[in-house]
Design a protein around this ligand. Sequence first.
Ligand code: ARG
Length: 461
Amino acid sequence: MTNETKLWGGRFTEKTAASVEAFTASIHYDSRLYKQDIAGSQAHAKMLVKQGLITAEEGEQIRGGLAEIEQEIEEGRFEFKPELEDIHMNIEKALVDKIGPAGARLHTARSRNDQVNLDIRLYLREETDRLVAILDDVRTSFVKLARRYLGAVMPGYTHLQRAQPLLVSHHMLAYFEMFGRDQERLLDCKKRINILPLGAAALAGTGLPIDREFVAKELGFPKVTANSMDTVGDRDFAVEFLAACTLIQLHLSRLSEELVIWSTDEFNFVELADSFCTGSSIMPQKKNPDIPELIRGKSGRVVGNLMSLITLLKGLPLTYNRDLQEDKEPVFDTLDTVSQGLAITAEMLAHLKFNTARLEDATKTGYMTATDLADYLVLKNIPFREAHSIVGKTVAYCVKKRKELTDLSLDELHKFSKVIEDDVFHVLTIQGSVDSRKSIGGTAMSRVSEALQKAEEELGI
Ligand code: ARG
């Protein structure tokens, strides 16, 4: 392509080097912004007509031309040209070729610097809503599991050592909370995405009589940005978006790790559906948890994408710099990775089976009601530190005698504390332990039922 035919070719006498065209092109990834680019241009053109900057007829030609281009792209009939660099110039050039002089007026009072910012905001605005909806599916899967297994007990862990008994449903609702915070974060971030940048032009605003508020209304933005220089160099909203997505990915990864561990023979807490596992090419007996493993593995790229974007922004002088073109690939990659991970997790959870007999068995060893015994002593007026030490000695005795706390007789218990009475035996049971934890947010059946009901109301299920 000669520079005469390039939209910015006027001041150039030499042809752009082929290597430069290839190096600067972003069309192979920013073509995904075509819908947003066209929507932005349609609103911009409407405003130009209203302000008398172009005629109604020119506006009409632009409207029709852009609509045709959109259809061509949708039907795969549009030819994207790398020598036209990006989505903005590919569409604008196609418009000029299609409708002539009217097309050449579209870029009045606009720069690609505010245009690209607009496109990303429009795109992320939609994508945050889509992610929030998929998060609802994941949260629904957890709530359904919590309902299905209400009453089932399992060991709770700290340091991956058996700690205190829990309801399986309590564990499921922990993830319901985590993914709920993720939704809040996305919606909060959307407030800063949802501001119109168009009208900042190249960096300093424009001398032409535009109406930014009108464009904002057309595109459904509640506000317009306040400072043109800040606007064209701003990708903070994209960093926030990637940070929110990174936390989602970390939550997915932690869940995946648990599923991998729980599905080992050593734990045998859950059974992943055959349709969500794969086999080994050499070991016929294998059923591997590849889905959670892959999700866990994809955390690397998601964290990496956040680091890329942060590093990209560090040290950029105001205002727009071409470096900013590097913002899109990390954003798109994270978005694809996280939304895929969420969707498949929701599906996998719907097929997940807990091995409740095995879970209950696992609560029977590991002295998991030791804290309950200490709390029992506290209620008999023994200072907690002293109670801790008494129970510590009792556990050491059990380890030596190869007994569980529940195997001890009252006489044996009296060796450690005289205040212990018959009522201790209920305290030492798994059910007694779980049911005693009635503090707000605790694992008692009454609290978990309450939380579950609230969750179901929130999701409308
Ligand atoms: N493709 C560019 C980007 O993604 C669009 C803006 C280019 N602006 C410029 N003045 N070169 O950032």
